[in-house]
Structures are given as structure tokens and as C-alpha cells.
Ligand binder design. Structure first.
Ligand code: PLP
Length: 506
């Protein structure tokens, strides 16, 4: 009996052709194109068939569904023509969330990307001379100022400052600052920087250039894997360099490095333990010891910093995250770091250090394969200019890091206060934000959290409802509670969250 009823229901469904000729659907096809509307109509009919087969739709329910066909096709079209890559609201409190795209860009970076993308540019053209130029020049001058200028301190600005003067002349350095003088600041002519696609590419290019066919000495305590399958031993193998492991997981002394050096050694490598810590019975060679050893044996020392801050984070209570300038000042020859971690710019890999070594990397044909496009240069140039102007709050991730617990608390209270429904409860409590992105693994920033619960919904269900909002809201679920950390929520998004909560509660 039931089977017959189902086959009757199937017969009620219109054919795709028939549907496309119905006036209101035909109008839709005229607006958006027949192909897209046909696909959408097919998808909607397939769903109805599925619902009939599974017994979800009976006769009366099917009649209702058929009356809403046009709306269903429109909705299907909207979904199909929507971008797959969409903005989301990051309420996790993880500032550099790799899955959520790491650093949001500064306004100036967006504007500069826009103008560079929409027009021709002097990407590789010297305007005055009218001859072919190099794409590196656009950021090289800024990196030179930020990394080699003895006057530029890496501290945070006290707050907003008026635009500085990026063109101001550099102070003169009395001496060259290298060669047996580990504590000296390299002068501006000596530090060079090139840009590649990401830090993984930077490490690959640096290792290939400096050590192909030779050995690279690394501590066993630093053979790290960074999220997204970046493993030092694998990158090493691809670069054509041979990994020479020394020491143990928890203890590596400078003597271990020294003993491993022989005629095939090309490089000493130090890798920042970005996403984990080794505690307890530990020992590792200090930066100064490594610099001294490298100098003594005439080997370059490279450091994969990973995050690579351009400002000192100590003032925020974040320790153990050396800045790029710190490393170069300490005498490290080559530093590799990401553009979209603590620097707060676009995805990129930066290689800064001794001009002769960087020059060899620039001449490597691999560099051509790993180079970045004009949009990356535009975003990077604008981000670096914000550093030069000491306008750190213009860089979203730096601003987020500097938000105080009290400021976040005020916003959290305001949001919680907007939850009016009796079904939903919002409480504000103390918590911690993390930097993420493989930076300062143990560093946390004090914050205030909005803890949510909703009658009739589990924490996971409530989190799923938040993700189904438009834009999707990504929250933390901890110990059966849904937590929102407004540190990583842009100010103008607070209201969107309030609206979404109101909708979910109803
Ligand atoms: C993040 C990280 C990388 C990878 O950088 P990407 O820019 O994601 O390619 C490599 N090394 C270290 C130490 C890192 O922290």
C-alpha cells in the first residue's frame, strides 16, 4: 500500500523541462542563465525524490513543497553561485588561526592591493629610467630600514602616532658590524631580504642555496613539524641537503654541534620551536654559542624563526618569541619567517640576512619558481610602512594582541547584555586568548569570555548553529560550554554576533 502511494507521489513531480518552461522559472533562467537554473532545478527535484523515498514527504507535505518550488530553486541557485571562500567571524580567541586564514590585513594593505590589482603597476619597471626593474625593490628598502637601522627600536609604539617619514635619512654606522663581532648590528647595506610564497618555501630555498649536496647540522630537539605538514627533515630532503642530527630530544650542547662539523658541513640550522615546548631536564646551545661556533668554523648560521615578530613582544608579557631584529643582532646570518604570522601581513616567506648569502638565493632558479605576485608585494609594502610609521594599531593582529582584558570585558558584557531570550544564557568570565600560528606556544593573553548555553541545545549543537549563521561564527567549545572570545572579533562584528544569538534563541 505504502509503496503505491510513494510511486504516486513520484509522479506528481514535474519533469525538469516542464519546470523550466513554467513562467516564473523561465524568468529566473533569463536572469541567471539556463544552465545554472537547470542545475538548480535538477538538484531541487532530486532532493524531493530523496525525501519521498525516505518517507519524509507525504501527499500534503509534497503539495506544499511543490508550491514552493520556485523559492527552492532560487535558494539552490544562491547557494551554488555563492563564493566557497567566505569571511567568517573568529570568536576562538586564537589570533593567528591557520585554518581561518591567519592574519587579517590592515586597511592600508587592502587599499594598496586594490589599486595594484586593478591597474598596471611598476612591478618590474623603473619609472624614471624607463627600463626593466626588479620586483624586490618595493619592500627591500623597508626591510632595510626595519632590520638594520640602529635607530629603529623594535619596541611597540606607545599608541597611535601621526604618520612618520619613511624617507628620512638613516643614521651613519661607524663600523661594518660583522666579522668577529657577534654583538654588532649589521649595517643597512649588509642586511638584504627576499620574498617567496611562504616560510616553508623560504626554508627550502635557503637550504637548497646554501647546502645542496652538503650537510646541515640540526639539534634533535628542533626536528619539528609545524601544522599543515611542514616537517624539517622532509623539507631538508627536498632541498638536496643532508640532515645531520645532533644531541638528543631534550639536550643538545654546543659541543655536539662542534663534533659534527667536517668538510661537508655547509650550514648550522636552528629551528624555533614554534608550537611546543620542551620542559624539565633540558639543555640547548645558546644563540651566542652557535654564533661563535659558526664564526670560528666559517659556516653560516641560519635560524628558521617561523613567526618572526618585527616588534618586541615582551611588553605584552609574551616571552620566548625573539624578533627578527634580535636574531640578526645576535649574529645569525640568515633568518626565515612568515609574512602572515606575527608580522601581520599577507602569506609570504621572508628571508633576511647577509646580503651575499641572500644574493645567492636570489640567483637560484628555484627563487623564480617560488616568487610572489604583485598583490603580495602590495599588501606587504603597506604592512611594512605601518611599522615604519610606528602605527602598530593599524595592523589587526598587533592591535588584537594589545587589547586589554578590561576592553574586551566591556564588549563581552555589552554582548551578554543583549541576549534577552529566556532560553539562552550568556555569562562573562575570565579566560585566556592564545597567539597561535605556531608562535609562543605557552604564551597566553588574559581575556574575558562570553560563555553561552541554550535550552534544548547541546554545546556542540549551539556551536553548529553559530557556524550556520551568515557570516559563520566560529566559537570554542570547552567542557560542555560554548565560549566566545571577542579579542579576535573585529569591533563591527559584535553586532552581527548579537543578531545571530537572537535568531538562534528563537
Ligand atoms: C609556521 C612555521 C613554518 C611554516 O611557515 P609557513 O609560512 O606556514 O609556510 C616553518 N617553520 C616554523 C618554525 C614555523 O613556525
Amino acid at each position: 500500500m505504502k509503496g503505491t502511494a510513494k510511486s504516486d507521489l513520484f509522479r506528481e513531480l514535474p519533469a525538469v523541462d516542464e519546470l523550466l518552461h513554467a513562467p516564473e522559472v523561465a524568468r529566473l533562467a533569463a536572469e541567471t542563465g539556463t544552465a545554472a537554473v537547470t542545475d538548480a532545478a535538477r538538484a531541487v527535484l532530486a532532493r524531493l525524490r530523496q525525501e519521498i523515498a525516505s518517507g519524509l514527504l507525504d501527499g500534503p507535505a509534497l503539495q506544499i513543497a511543490l508550491r514552493g518550488l520556485r523559492g527552492a530553486i532560487e535558494e539552490q541557485l544562491r547557494q551554488a553561485l555563492r563564493y566557497s571562500l567566505r569571511p567568517v567571524i573568529n570568536a576562538t580567541g586564537v589570533i593567528l588561526h591557520t585554518n581561518l586564514g591567519r592574519a587579517p590585513l590592515a586597511e592600508a594593505a587592502l587599499a594598496h592591493v586594490r589599486e595594484t590589482a586593478g591597474y598596471y603597476s611598476n612591478l618590474e619597471f623603473e619609472i624614471e629610467a624607463g627600463v626593466r626593474g626588479k620586483r624586490d625593490v618595493h619592500v627591500e628598502r623597508l626591510f632595510q630600514r626595519l632590520l638594520a637601522d640602529g635607530e629603529t627600536r623594535a619596541e611597540f609604539s606607545a599608541g597611535h602616532r601621526p604618520a612618520g617619514q619613511p624617507g628620512a635619512p638613516p643614521p651613519q654606522h661607524a663600523k661594518s658590524g660583522r666579522a668577529g663581532d657577534p654583538g654588532a648590528v649589521p649595517t643597512r647595506t649588509q642586511v638584504s631580504t627576499i620574498v617567496v610564497n611562504n616560510n616553508a618555501a623560504a626554508v627550502l630555498l635557503a637550504l637548497n642555496t646554501l647546502a645542496e649536496g652538503g650537510e646541515v647540522i640540526v639539534s634533535r630537539g628542533e626536528l619539528v613539524e609545524i601544522g599543515g605538514s611542514f616537517r624539517i627533515p622532509d623539507v631538508m630532503a627536498k632541498s638536496g641537503a643532508i640532515l645531520r642530527e645532533v644531541g638528543t630530544t631534550n639536550r643538545t650542547r654546543i659541543a655536539d654541534y662542534e663534533k659534527a662539523i667536517h668538510e661537508r658541513t655547509r650550514l648550522l640550522l636552528r629551528v624555533h620551536r614554534s608550537n611546543f615546548e620542551i620542559t624539565g631536564f633540558t639543555e640547548h646551545a645558546s644563540g651566542a654559542e652557535l654564533v661563535e661556533l659558526a664564526r670560528k668554523r666559517g659556516l653560516p648560521l641560519m635560524e628558521d624563526l617561523g613567526s618572526g615578530a618585527l616588534v618586541d613582544l615582551e611588553s605584552l608579557g609574551v616571552s620566548g618569541e625573539p624578533s627578527v631584529l634580535d636574531s640578526l643582532r645576535a649574529g645569525v646570518d640568515i633568518v626565515t619567517y612568515s609574512g602572515d604570522k606575527l608580522l601581520g601581513g599577507p602569506q609570504a616567506g621572508l628571508i633576511s640576512g647577509r646580503a651575499d648569502l641572500v644574493g645567492r638565493m636570489r640567483a637560484n632558479s628555484l627563487f623564480r619558481a617560488l616568487r610572489v605576485d604583485k598583490l603580495t608585494y602590495a599588501a606587504l609594502e603597506a604592512t611594512l610602512l605601518a611599522y615604519i610609521k610606528r602605527d602598530h594599531d593599524a595592523i589587526p593582529v598587533l592591535k588584537m594582541m594589545r587589547l586589554t582584558r578590561d576592553k574586551i570585558g566591556t564588549r563581552a558584557e555589552a554582548l551578554a547584555g543583549q541576549v534577552q531570550s529566556t532560553k539562552m544564557k550568556a555569562e562573562v568570565s575570565d579566560g585566556e586568548s592564545v597567539i597561535g600560528g605556531g608562535a609562543a606556544p605557552s604564551a597566553v593573553l588574559p581575556t574575558r569570555l562570553v560563555a553561552l548555553s541554550c535550552e534544548g541545545l547541546s554545546a556542540d549543537e549551539l556551536a553548529a548553529h553559530l557556524r550556520a549563521s551568515d557570516p559563520p561564527i566560529i566559537a570554542r567549545v570547552e567542557e560542555g560550554r560554548v565560549l566566545l572570545d571577542l579579542r579576535t572579533v573585529l569591533r563591527e562584528q559584535d553586532e552581527m554576533i548579537a543578531v545571530a544569538l537572537d535568531r538562534i534563541a528563537r
